[in-house]
Ligand binder design. Structure first.
Ligand code: ZN
Ligand code: ZN
Ligand code: ZN
Length: 121
């Protein structure tokens, strides 16, 4: 099945956030590729095209990449599910082009990676 235009807009918005792993290291706006998360535990309400996080080449397939060493990556940057939640929170700040964030609404203020601590644009 091909991607719908809504899924395409969502994936574009995610990519424009910049690499989420780089952001945790203080490097913002790293050009990102899309990584489909593998952890399917828990929530099943989103289609797979919404289960993507932004990772740069190095953090995706490169030396420090998830696909190079998943356990090490998750230990350093957090679980795939946590990173997805942080990605969706980041999207909700400026609003996702696909419209998914207008329904989602509030950003979780207790997450240190949300709100004022986000510097990517
Ligand atoms: Zn969206
Ligand atoms: Zn990165
Ligand atoms: Zn990937």
């Amino acid at each position: 099945m091909s991607k719908t235009s809504k899924e395409k807009k969502h994936m574009d918005s995610v990519a424009q956030l910049g690499c989420i792993a780089c952001a945790k290291l203080g490097w913002y706006d790293s050009p990102a590729e899309l990584h489909h998360i593998k952890d399917k535990t828990g929530m099943g309400r989103r289609s797979s095209h919404f289960e993507v996080i932004p990772l740069c080449y190095v953090h995706h397939r490169g030396e420090w990449g998830y696909h190079t060493s998943p356990a090490e990556f998750n230990g350093t940057y957090g679980s795939q599910r946590e990173l997805l939640e942080q990605t969706l929170e980041a999207l909700s700040i400026e609003g996702c082009k696909c419209g998914c964030t207008t329904k989602k609404g509030a950003v979780d203020k207790t997450n240190p990676f949300s709100g004022a601590n986000l510097f990517w644009e």
